[in-house]
Design a protein around this ligand. Structure first.
Ligand SMILES: [Ca+2]
Length: 281
């Protein structure tokens, strides 16, 4: 899967994505499992440990090694990516059929770009410490409006059925936000085996499940956001070779490929994107 990597161009991205579409209907994995069990005698509900999974690599593709990736998502046949660092932040939209860059917008100082998510025909982008969320036109990425929020902004994803945006801020809490106004409408604390799990970063919403990578680790959590329970712990270590890892930063990009069980995984300054599925260890 890794041979000829640096010769792979947009065409392969396209063919790979088409393959993902062709395989639609394989059935999405990742539905939340029962998170608690009851001790028959005492009637005590004990937390159940999460299922152990790993990221199985199916295909390796190139990724911009200068992209300090903060948000990664596919919507309406477009791969959206956002990056961070002051003066180097941008948002980009690439057509998954043609591989062509459709739009790209810089996020000027003083902002440090963070997560993005598409809500119908617009896209929300948050900033790290500025407390400002920017709504953009999903086609042109042109700014439509700005709103303020309290605290830090890390990751974003959108639950269409629940009509809410999910946001991380580096803590153990995921905040739910109104997709139109971005106002907070709820939150949930994330727990794994009864213990809090913080440093939640880039997010991906897949139906009722939220995936979150844990900052500075190769771990991705599968979370039932109904009660905050971690139902799966995914080991995504070893994707980059040691020399590649030495030049790169941490894993930070999860994009579900719609209609399939596959995901793209990448990271900050990673030279590669991986098409994976999550399988039992
Ligand atoms: Ca994502």
């Amino acid at each position: 899967m890794r041979s000829g990597l640096f010769m792979i161009g947009p065409r392969l991205l396209v063919s790979m994505l088409l393959a993902g579409v062709a395989l639609a209907g394989c059935g999405a994995s990742g539905e939340p499992t029962t998170s608690t069990k009851t001790d028959g005698e005492a009637g005590i509900v004990a937390p159940q440990p999460p299922e152990r999974l790993r990221a199985q690599v199916l295909e390796t593709l190139p990724h911009d090694p200068n992209a300090f990736t903060q948000g990664y998502e596919i919507a309406h046949g477009v791969l959206y990516e956002s990056t961070g660092r002051v003066g180097m932040s941008w948002v980009r939209a690439v057509d998954t059929t043609s591989g062509k860059e459709l739009a790209r917008m810089a996020l000027p100082p003083p902002f440090f770009g963070e997560g993005i998510t598409v809500v119908e025909d617009s896209l929300w982008q948050v900033t790290w410490e500025s407390g400002v969320a920017i709504r953009r036109d999903a086609d042109t990425l042109a700014e439509q409006k700005r709103v303020e929020y309290s605290g830090e902004g890390w990751g974003l994803c959108y639950q269409a059925e629940q009509e809410r945006v999910v946001m991380s801020d580096g803590s153990d809490t995921l905040t739910f936000r109104d997709p139109e106004t971005f106002e907070e409408i709820g939150s949930v604390q994330v727990r794994s085996g009864g213990k809090e799990v913080d440093q939640l970063n880039e997010l991906e919403c897949v139906n009722g499940t939220v995936y979150a990578n844990v900052w500075q680790t190769d771990t991705i959590l599968r979370i039932n956001v109904g009660d905050g329970t971690v139902t799966g712990k995914i080991d995504a270590s070893g994707l980059l070779t040691p020399p590649e890892q030495a030049k790169a930063d941490v894993l930070n990009g999860i994009a579900a490929i719609p209609g399939s069980e596959y995901f793209f995984l990448t990271g900050k300054l990673w030279p590669k994107t991986f098409r994976v599925r999550f399988v039992p260890q």
